[in-house]
Design a protein around this ligand. Structure first.
Ligand code: TPP
Ligand code: MG
Length: 342
């Protein structure tokens, strides 16, 4: 990677960390409500994987889908950060017009196909997207991010089997942060190394550190090549850690202070920043400036946009509701057939 690329990725990760931490503050100020799952600590995974996926075909070419810890995946896929923040604020300018909130970021123009609240739900949807890619024959792939806990859902097994026999162009990315809410992986899962589970479906799989973005990118490079070249799915497992509780209602008391501190010693931003400083590609002063610049951008642009955006209008409450919507574009053909609505 060139010096400029490494610096840009460092800036992006600092931006993502600050974005998430700023949403924490806004939540405490009661400006954001509902569920909120933060990504702090795991930044190198989404940033590195998507950077590599976008390397040859650009942003918004491939489909991306994930669970509810989705803000950063959406932004890195091309959803404007302003609109993601506005969505968290429940504003009309949000990516889902303020109707979805944190777990339901969606931006089809970036081919970011959601944010889903149900654990394991994105697996079969990713297979569907990949099947569409296969039929389109334009070289697109589907990238499906999910947590370690999701792999215990039935959808995981059904999807892996089908994706394998149909050789679907889908890259599965398991963000193994060792917990599913407050349950440690040892207590819920028979096979701890998630990549080993793919042997049952003849899907090639590998496990890597999720804290060093250059390792993440290197692992992703060969996986993407495999999938794009028509060889079927690939499963990447990254070992990582979330710094905050599962969501805003969870203080994370089931983890020891030592465990959290140990993982913070392998911080993805710190790892890259230290490497750049040692290689004389960055000075301590430049790092401080970068942090300040990002903070200004988030406070003076992203947050300002969300705060100044209008609330959805009460009269539009049912505007995007499928059932009983008077707009014929929503239900006309189904109603006319006399079935399948509701
Ligand atoms: C079908 C379903 N079952 C249970 C839940 C409750 N739930 C929400 S998050 C979660 C844990 C998922 O953990 P993991 O997949 O490891 O993701 P992480 O939160 O660690 O990123 C559970 C069980 C849910 N949302 N959907
Ligand atoms: Mg997890």
């Amino acid at each position: 990677m060139s010096k400029t690329d490494r610096k840009r990725l460092l800036r992006e990760m600092i931006f993502y960390r600050r974005f998430e931490e700023r949403t924490f503050e806004a939540y405490m100020e009661r400006k954001i409500g509902g569920f909120l799952h933060l990504y702090s600590g795991q930044e190198a995974v989404a940033t590195g994987v998507l950077q590599m996926v976008q390397a040859d075909r650009g942003i918004g070419f491939d489909y991306v889908i994930t669970g509810y810890r989705d803000h950063i995946h959406a932004i890195k896929s091309g959803a404007p950060a302003r609109e993601v923040m506005a969505e968290l604020y429940g504003k009309e300018t949000g990516s889902s017009k303020g109707r979805g909130g944190s777990m339901h970021i969606f931006d089809p123009s970036a081919h970011f196909m959601g944010g889903y609240a149900l654990v394991g739900q994105p697996f079969p949807l990713a297979a569907g997207l990949a099947l569409a890619c296969k039929h389109q024959r334009e070289g697109r792939i589907a990238v499906c991010f999910l947590g370690d806990g999701a792999n215990n859902q039935g959808t995981f097994h059904e999807t892996m089997n089908m994706a394998s026999i149909w050789k679907l162009p889908v890259l599965f990315v398991c963000e193994n942060n060792l917990y599913a809410i407050g349950t440690a992986i040892e207590r819920s899962t028979a096979v701890l190394d998630q990549y080993q589970r793919l042997g049952a479906y003849k899907i090639p799989a590998s496990q890597h550190s999720g804290q060093d973005i250059e390792i993440v990118m290197e692992a992703t490079r060969s996986a993407v090549t495999h999938v794009r070249n028509g060889n079927g799915p690939y499963f990447l497992e990254f070992l990582t850690y979330r710094y905050r509780g599962h969501s805003m209602s969870d203080s994370g008391a089931y983890r020891s202070k030592e465990e959290v501190t140990d993982w913070m010693q392998q911080d993805p931003i710190q790892i890259l920043a230290t490497r750049l400083i040692h290689a004389n590609e960055l000075t301590e002063g430049e790092l401080k400036d970068l942090e300040q610049e990002v903070q200004n951008e988030i406070d003076n642009d992203i947050i300002k946009f969300a705060e100044e955006s209008p609330e959805p209008r009460v009269e539009d409450l049912t505007k995007y509701v499928f059932e009983d919507n008077p707009d014929p574009r929503w239900i006309g053909p189904l109603r006319a057939g006399g079935e399948a609505h509701g």
